[in-house]
Write a protein that binds this ligand. Structure first.
Ligand SMILES: Nc1ccn([C@@H]2O[C@H](COP(=O)(O)OP(=O)(O)OP(=O)(O)O)[C@@H](O)[C@H]2O)c(=O)n1
Ligand SMILES: C[C@](O)(CO)[C@H](O)COP(=O)(O)O
Length: 232
């Protein structure tokens, strides 16, 4: 139990920005659903003891079949998600009893095993950690009328990825506080931050994209074709 690590993989979104009939997490990459690629990275990782998959209620049966056929035996539960990512994550967290939890997007299949380990090691040291990359563009804050308000210093801006790693008890507390306050965040760290948990950033890679829009599929196909076995 001590320092055991569980993962919640959230794959219950609708993929509105992708705009395909099939939900983006089930589109095929080299013949395999994207969510299965993601699950396999954590299945293979020796640090991970159990996985909870959160998916759409209507997709639970086919997910169960993939888990059997791809021999994903670390998957301990498949649960139906909620209307927002935050609700889906919470439902997954309730299934775990490990000391640590990583939350990961089902549509980030290219996270490197080394990055998972680095995120865990940093959380072990400082209590909570997220993968991220420095932003490459100049970012501007723009008002609703389309006028630039400010240009934040790029050196302090990071694009946040997953996995995000926490003590399970801390993250549950942060989720329950958010629910009580009616706060809705786009990542897990934002809930932890407002609950007073210091979150460290671990530099990851630009390869760990979240497959969000159609142009991401070209990158995904190229990356899947060219990544080596050791990168999975
Ligand atoms: N209610 C939701 C919403 C999102 N997610 C998951 O959270 C991850 C990141 O979300 P995002 O890329 O925004 O996915 P979607 O919500 O599906 O996309 P969109 O916003 O374009 O509809 C995805 O793996 C998605 O399946 C989820 O489990 N439950
Ligand atoms: C958690 C996340 O992956 C961090 O980048 C992201 O916030 C998920 O969802 P989004 O709705 O696309 O922001």
């Amino acid at each position: 139990m001590s320092n055991s690590v569980g993962v919640v993989i959230v794959a219950a979104g609708k993929g509105t920005r992708m705009g395909t009939a099939e939900s983006k997490q089930y589109l095929l990459l080299e013949g395999k659903p994207i969510a299965v690629h993601t699950l396999e990275v954590f299945q293979r990782h020796e640090r991970i003891s159990e996985i909870v998959l959160v998916t759409g209620a209507e997709d639970m049966e086919r997910c169960q079949e993939w888990i059997a056929s791809y021999k994903l035996d670390k998957v301990k539960a498949i649960v139906p998600g909620g209307s927002e990512r935050q609700h889906s994550v919470y439902r997954g967290l309730l299934q775990l009893s490990t000391e640590w939890v990583m939350v990961h997007d089902g549509v980030r299949p290219f996270v490197h095993p080394r990055e998972i380990e680095a995120c865990y090691q940093q959380a072990l040291q400082s209590g909570a950690a997220v993968l991220a990359v420095p932003v490459k563009d100049t970012i501007k804050q723009v008002d609703s009328g389309g006028t630039v308000v400010s240009t934040p210093d790029r050196r302090s801006l990071w694009a946040i990825q997953t996995p995000q790693t926490f003590r399970l008890s801390d993250l549950l507390m942060a989720y329950e506080a958010a629910e009580q306050d009616g706060f809705l965040g786009t990542d897990d760290s934002s809930l932890a931050e407002r609950a007073g948990i210091a979150v460290s950033v671990v530099e990851g890679s630009y390869r760990n994209i979240k497959i969000t829009t159609r142009e991401d599929l070209d990158f995904a196909e190229f990356t899947e074709r060219t990544r080596g076995e050791g990168d999975k």
